[in-house]
Design a protein. Structure first.
Length: 201
């Protein structure tokens, strides 16, 4: 998939007239993400505690590829969260916007793609039955910057981002400790920040 993406970006660069300074940047990133505040509703009054299906913040790792066409920037991104006994999130999206500068490059990008919630049945003490995953369409904003390290191809920088799920959905669950049926509302606003490390081709 990475080879196909590189080939597609290279083809766009060749087919874009008047752009001699096209550059491809490949990055990995790591940081934290604040998931949407989700709502748990129990159908049985005996279940009084709210399951911690999401922690306050989650670790996030991923990668992106960016094609800079003389200031117009296009790209693709994928990332996922991870943690113990907590729901995961995965996003796959496209990026588009502007890039300002060279040695110090500022990226002002819009983002759109698919946002997956998964593994919210991973802790049987909390939830014993539910859908295993759920996908939503999302839109977002992703500002950031990178700095070139010396005269080589390496870059380092920071991403900040916000994502909005276009819709929400109530997912049925069963609380293991109370044996009660209920629902969990997925979808909302996600924010986060990461460190970026990459290189230019």
């Amino acid at each position: 998939m990475v080879r196909r993406t590189l080939g597609l970006l290279a083809a766009i660069a060749l087919l874009t007239p008047g752009v001699a300074s096209a550059a491809v940047q490949v990055e990995g990133f790591y940081g934290i993400e604040r998931p949407p505040s989700a709502d748990f509703s129990s159908a049985v009054s005996g279940a009084t505690s709210e399951p911690r299906l999401f922690k306050s913040s989650l670790q996030l790792a991923g990668g992106d590829i960016l094609l800079n066409l003389g200031g117009l920037e296009l790209g693709a991104i994928i990332d996922t969260t991870f943690g113990n006994d907590t729901a995961s999130q995965t996003a796959i999206g496209a990026l588009a916007g502007v890039a300002l500068g060279t040695t110090l490059k500022i990226d002002l990008l819009a983002e759109a793609g698919g946002h997956r919630y998964g593994n919210f049945a991973s802790n049987p003490e909390i939830v014993t039955a539910s859908s295993k995953d759920q996908w939503f369409f999302y839109v977002g904003l992703r500002p950031g910057f990178t700095v070139k390290l010396g005269s080589g191809p390496l870059t380092i920088g920071v991403w900040g981002f916000v994502r909005w799920d276009v819709n929400t959905e109530n997912v049925p669950v069963t609380v293991g400790s109370a044996g009660s049926a209920g629902s969990y509302k997925l979808g909302g606003t996600t924010i986060g920040a990461t460190l970026r490390l990459g290189f230019e081709l």
